[in-house]
Structures are given as C-alpha cells and as structure tokens.
Design a protein around this ligand. Structure first.
Ligand SMILES: [Zn+2]
Length: 118
C-alpha cells in the first residue's frame, strides 16, 4: 500500500484513495465487504480440476466476492472457452478441463493465479 496523505494523524481522514490517488468519491478501486481496496493481484486465485458425475469441471477459487466482478469474469471465461459455467459460492466453475487456458485468462485479468491439486 502507498502512504496516505495524512498518515500519522488520527483526526484527519484521507481525502484521496491511497491506491489510485483519486478523490474517494471518484475512486473505482475494487473493495471488499469492509470497504478496503482489494486489487486483483491481491486475490490469490487457485485453479483446480474436479470430477463431477464423470465429467471434468475446472474450479477457480480465491476471489473476493465483493471486490471482483464475478459475473463479468464468468461471462468472459465462458465465452473465451466456449463452455458452460456457473458461480458456486465464491468460486467460478467452468465445464471441462480448461486449467491451462483459464490460468492464462485469469492472469490476463491481473490476478495472481496458480494451478492447484490434480
Ligand atoms: Zn482508489
């Protein structure tokens, strides 16, 4: 995190976002449920493969559901993979074993992603 304008004072609230340096009213940074900025690179994504009813599903876990546009990401991944998918709790699931392709796509969105498990 970058230092805020008023670091060291307890009475003044910073008037700019310490991440994007815009006025707080104009700040578009992704934020978690507590209102803290959580950038994609701060969300460690894990991509794994699971078998459901004999078919592979690629499960993408680690999103902050408030800070990430999971619906938007799902739509993008589905279209890039030409596969079905869904949001399941805080994970995104894409049909088929798409780990390598999804790793690249998620990294292109700015997330730090890794493959996990088998
Ligand atoms: Zn900001």
């Amino acid at each position: 995190m970058m230092a805020g304008l008023f670091d060291g004072t307890s009475l003044e609230r910073p008037v700019t976002c310490s991440t994007c340096e815009r006025a707080l009213a104009d700040c578009q940074c992704p934020k978690n449920a507590k209102g803290e900025v959580v950038l994609p690179k701060d969300q460690p994504i894990r991509i794994r493969r699971e078998k459901r009813r004999g078919k592979f599903v690629t499960v993408i876990a680690g999103f902050d559901p408030a800070a990430s546009d999971m619906r938007g990401i799902l739509a993008r991944l589905k279209s890039a993979c030409a596969a079905g998918g869904t949001i399941n709790n805080d994970t995104i699931e894409i049909q088929g074993d798409q780990r390598d392709r999804l790793l690249k796509l998620i990294q292109e969105l700015g997330y730090s992603a890794k493959l996990a498990g088998g």
